[in-house]
Design a protein around this ligand. Structure first.
Ligand code: BTN
Length: 246
């Protein structure tokens, strides 16, 4: 991952750029990374925008081809990539960086980055996975519409070299991707749970406009969040639950 690196001054979204590259006739190698110094139409999950100050942060997309992964198991790819990013950042910062389900990168109660995976499916397998990653690195001022951001610089109080961090992240993602390929699913699942924000803690959530207290007890095989309340244990998808920070 990252052997083949394309650095763009500007792109609408590196995910879009990679998708267009795949629709050209020239083959694109596995592990290709497209990095943009600036994105003017960065996309996040659930139709959100991804804001990132030009030249300050990492915004990149990488190409994986997990054709060995059955469609119903795609959450394992999310877990492997998330753990790759988290472990690289733990190493770079020596801090307790975590993953907030399903794939936000958190430090404390603040968001350090996010991941947007877009799969191109053929039959019942994934043909291409476009793995988009946005990380706040050297930015310290954020526009008010960004909910609760933090950055590597806000954690460490010093600037970080973007290319160095990128290559560390690529190496960690590659290591976890190879575990996925080797079928070490339990190890991936366990590592994901070990780094999961709010696991086994009694917290406030909201679902369908109703607030409730519950405890995250795990994740299902297909990536649903399992939350136990006083009366029951329930599974949620991304649209069905919000985390309420005090
Ligand atoms: C999220 O937290 O909602 C996911 C954010 C993903 C942002 C990255 S930046 C590089 C890649 N290109 C995009 O347009 N989005 C992803």
């Amino acid at each position: 991952v990252g052997q083949n690196l394309v650095v763009l001054k500007e792109a609408d979204s590196t995910n879009n750029y990679l998708k267009e590259l795949l629709s050209n006739t020239k083959p694109v190698a596995d592990g290709t990374v497209i990095m943009a110094e600036s994105q003017y139409a960065g996309r996040g999950q659930q139709q959100n925008k991804w804001h990132s100050a030009p030249g300050m942060n990492l915004t990149f997309s990488l190409l994986l081809r997990p054709s060995f992964l059955p469609l119903g198991q795609q959450f394992y790819l999310t877990q492997a990539v998330s753990i790759g990013v988290v472990s690289a950042l733990r190493q770079a910062t020596s801090e307790n960086v975590q993953v907030k389900w399903p794939n936000d990168i958190y430090f404390g109660d603040k968001k350090l980055g996010g991941i947007l995976i877009e799969n191109i499916v053929q039959g019942s397998n994934i043909k291409h996975s476009i793995v988009g990653i946005g990380l706040n690195v050297n930015q310290t001022d954020f526009p008010p519409e960004v909910p609760n951001p933090t950055s590597v610089k806000q954690i460490l109080h010093s600037d970080h070299d973007l290319h160095q961090l990128l290559s560390q992240i690529c190496a960690h993602i590659e290591a976890w991707y190879l575990k996925l390929k080797a079928g070490k699913w339990d190890e991936i699942r366990q590592a994901y749970l070990n780094n999961l924000y709010w696991l086994n803690q009694e917290r406030e959530f909201s679902s369908d406009g109703v607030d409730f207290t519950g405890t995250i007890t795990g994740i299902t095989e297909h990536g649903f969040l399992v939350v136990r309340t006083e009366s029951e244990e329930k599974e949620f998808n991304l649209k069905q639950i919000q985390f309420l920070n005090k």
